[in-house]
Each structure stands twice: as structure tokens, then as C-alpha cells.
Design a protein around this ligand. Structure first.
Ligand code: LLP
Length: 421
């Protein structure tokens, strides 16, 4: 469920018409709904209650500090994967004890930043990383709370570029070697083991892979406890998928996912932690663009928009589908026109959709890409020197630009011509 509905003939974000925002800041822009973000976060907390738990929002999916503050004020923790994301979480007022540091290549300065600034846990992904963390923590006279991310060798049945739980993926420590790595962790100075971490992939549309992975985690919990380790927290990762199209089969709901977690690991006496990104942010955001031209090709119509692959890369990168809807509500009996929806960038990959039936559009019309709150703005770039796409947050009848579009002066001033040139 989201809060992007047609009212009085125009698509709204909550109580604000997208035409009003477009008039104020020009297209393209991302717009997020505070009510949808809130609702999606609450679905997870409700699904895990009454187990002791923390929902740590995966910042990588949508990292604007205003959004982090909104979720943080609801009690959310944050899952970060870089020193930059750690800084964002802190800038949003999230205390260190609610920040989890994931990622396969943490650097020593990032470890130092998190250790000195405060951290809930590091999800350690390799033995060299474990040793580096022990050294850094020792040098600061601090203790690093850790889980070890295990790779359960489970097929997440998702796009290969976002599956992470098979043994051929770079993530985590093979579950078969987990006991020896935990033994090493227990011997190392300045390391405190607090639990186990697993994350098998993103946009999972079935529960079975989660079940297979969590059964292995439950077994491992027993084994590690028998080895003498204190396992008091299980971080079960993120990855629950969202519906990207109104016509496709809906993925399982957070409540079903929560029931699965309770059934498999609910009786282990552990605090449960999860790291969802997409399910909280994905359907809480739209990318709004304008039609620049409609070009007649050989047997096809190209709908040329002012948004491009640099603003939303998912279609070119993962062949991802995003519903595209007109901002002005079409009449109920409209006759669809079939378009190839493209951006202005100089490569054929800059295509959002081929052969997409849409309500007839004309130059200057606004369209919205649905389900772009996650992995939309965060993956945007300035390719073709197109200014980084701005972001807007709506709450009821308020809206605010939460990231400005940079000016061309700002963009050009980042380049410097050396004096010797
Ligand atoms: N935890 C870890 C360790 C992760 O690597 C990820 C996502 C998450 C949590 C959050 O997963 P989510 O709940 O959002 O599925 N750019 C791709 C998605 C990459 C996901 C990477 N890791 C896309 O646009 O589909």
C-alpha cells in the first residue's frame, strides 16, 4: 500500500499534487511519502512483536538524511555499509547503539570512525577483516561488538546481480567454516561476539530461501553455544521483495515473513534484528519526469523523457520493470498508445521500457515511475553532466525539497584545472 493516488484528476503524494511540486522545482525529481515510509517500517515492527527486535533500515536503498531522521524518530536502527552512510545516520541523529556496520570491505578508517562514534555491531565478513578490526579496536582501547556474516549457500531465487547467499558470491564466511572463525574471534583481543548475521539477497519473492537459510542459522546457534559462545542476537538481513507491477503476483507480506522468523528462530532466546531496505522505501517513492518529445520511429513511438538512466539506472542495469503512469489521470476508457520510453542520454541502454502501452501523452506532460523509492536516487549519477536529481519529501499537505538539484556552477567548480596545465 502507498499514498500515491489520483485525486481531483491528478496524481498526488499524500495531499500534494505532483503538478504543484513539478511547477515549483521542475522535473525530474524523486518524491517520497512520509506516511508510506512510516507504515512500511511499522509493518516490520508489528510482524516481529512481541519478540525483542530491532528493524535496521538498509540506508543503501534510500539514504537522504531527512528520510533517516523520519525513520529514526520512529525508533528504527540503521544498517550502513560505508563510512559515508555511517555519517549520514549520525547526521540524522541516530545514536551509535542503533547503527549496524555491514559490508564486505570495511577499511580501517571506517572501523575507527564507527568505534569512536559508537556502534551496535560490526557484521564481519572475513577473517582478515576480523583481525583488522581487532587491531583497530585494541589501538583505541575499545571493544568491537561483532557478529559474523555466514554464507549459508542458499539460492535466493532472485536476479543474479543481487543474490548474495550462494557459495560463489563474495559475501560472508562459508557456513561450513563458521565454527573455526568464531573460535578465532573468541581468541582475538578487543572483540566481543554477540551473534550471527546472514543476508541472502534482495527482492526475494518467496519465503522458502529465507526458511532454508534461517534453519541453518538456528542449527549454527546451537553449535556455537555448545562451543561456548554467547549468541544473543541474530541479524537475519534484509531482502523481502516488493510488488513492482500491479499485475504481477505479490511477494509475501512482512507479517508472513515475521511468522516464519518466529517459527524458526523465535524460541532461541535471541534478540532478532533485520535489515530491510526496499520494502520500506521502494513503494514510498516516485520519480517524476516530463515528456520532452514524442518521436515517430519505424513502426514505433519513442516517448523521450527528461529523466534518464543516470537518474534511475534499474531498468538498464537489471532489466527492471517500473510501472509508468501519467500524472494527469487518464479517462477510464482511454485507448492506449504503445511507446518505447527513453531518456536523452547518448546510449541505447538509456531505455526505461520497450513497447509499453500508456495513456496517450503529449509534449510537456508529466509521468511518474512507481516503486522507485529504493535504489533510485541513491544510484543516480551525473553522467552526461546532468545535475544529480533532487529529492522531495511529502507529509500530508507539506512538502520540502530534501536534496536540492545542484547548479551548474557547483558541478563545474568541483573540477579543477591544475596550474601547470
Ligand atoms: N543488508 C545487506 C547486507 C544488504 O547487502 C542489503 C542489500 C540489504 C540489507 C537490504 O536489502 P533489501 O531489503 O533492500 O532487499 N541495487 C539493487 C539492490 C541491491 C541490494 C544490495 N544489498 C536493486 O536496485 O535492485
Amino acid at each position: 500500500m502507498d499514498h500515491f493516488l489520483y485525486k481531483n484528476g491528478a496524481l498526488h503524494a499524500e495531499d500534494i499534487s505532483l503538478t504543484e511540486i513539478a511547477a515549483a522545482i521542475k522535473t525530474p525529481f524523486y518524491v517520497y511519502s512520509a506516511a508510506t515510509l512510516t507504515r512500511h517500517y511499522q509493518l516490520f515492527t508489528e510482524a516481529l512483536s512481541p519478540l525483542p527486535h530491532m528493524v535496521c533500515f538498509a540506508i543503501k536503498s534510500l539514504s537522504n538524511v531527512a528520510v533517516l531522521k523520519l525513520l529514526g524518530d520512529l525508533g528504527a536502527g540503521m544498517d550502513v555499509v560505508s563510512g559515508g552512510e555511517y555519517r549520514r545516520a549520525r547526521a540524522a541523529g541516530i545514536p551509535g547503539e542503533r547503527i549496524v556496520f555491514s559490508g564486505v570491505g570495511k577499511k580501517r578508517d571506517e572501523m575507527r570512525l564507527a568505534l569512536t562514534g559508537g556502534i551496535r555491531q560490526f557484521n564481519v565478513e572475513s577473517e582478515p577483516e576480523l583481525r583488522a578490526l581487532s587491531e583497530v579496536a585494541s589501538s583505541l582501547d575499545l571493544t568491537a561488538p561483532i557478529t559474523i556474516r555466514v554464507n549459508p549457500d542458499v539460492d535466493a531465487k532472485t536476479h543474479t546481480k543481487i543474490a548474495t547467499g550462494k557459495s560463489e558470491n563474495k559475501f560472508g564466511i562459508p557456513i561450513t567454516r563458521a565454527r573455526e572463525v568464531y573460535a578465532e574471534a573468541a581468541r582475538l583481543p578487543s572483540i566481543e561476539i554477540i551473534g550471527i548475521d546472514v543476508h541472502i539477497g534482495s527482492q526475494l519473492t518467496e519465503l522458502t530461501p529465507f526458511e532454508q537459510a534461517y534453519l541453518k542459522i538456528a542449527d549454527l546457534t546451537h553449535q556455537l553455544r555448545a562451543d561456548g559462545h554467547k549468541i544473543r542476537r541474530l541479524d537475519l538481513g534484509g531482502g523481502l521483495g516488493i510488488p513492482y507491477s500491479r499485475s504481477s503476483k505479490a511477494p509475501p507480506l512482512p507479517v508472513d515473513y515475521g511468522a516464519l522468523i518466529k517459527r524458526i528462530v523465535g524460541n532461541l532466546g535471541c534478540e532478532i534484528q533485520i535489515e530491510p531496505g526496499r520494502l520500506i522505501s521502494g513503494n514510498a517513492g516516485l520519480l517524476v519526469a516530463s515528456v520532452i518529445y514524442i518521436k515517430k520511429g519505424e513502426g514505433r513511438n519513442f516517448l523521450i523523457l527528461d529523466a534518464a538512466m543516470n537518474d534511475l539506472i534499474r531498468p538498464s542495469m537489471y532489466d527492471a520493470h517500473h510501472d509508468i503512469v501519467p500524472v494527469i489521470e487518464p479517462t477510464s476508457n482511454f485507448k492506449a498508445t504503445v511507446y518505447d520510453v527513453v531518456g536523452p542520454i547518448c546510449e541505447t541502454g538509456d531505455t526505461f521500457a520497450n513497447g509499453r502501452p500508456l495513456a496517450p501523452l503529449t509534449e510537456g506532460d508529466l509521468v511518474a515511475f512507481r516503486s522507485t523509492g529504493a535504489y533510485g536516487a541513491v544510484m543516480a549519477s551525473e553522467y552526461n553532466t546532468r545535475p544529480l536529481v533532487p529529492e522531495v519529501l511529502v507529509k500530508k499537505d507539506h512538502f520540502a525539497v530534501i536534496r536540492q538539484r545542484p547548479t551548474f556552477d557547483e558541478i563545474l567548480n568541483r573540477d579543477t584545472i591544475p596550474p601547470w596545465l
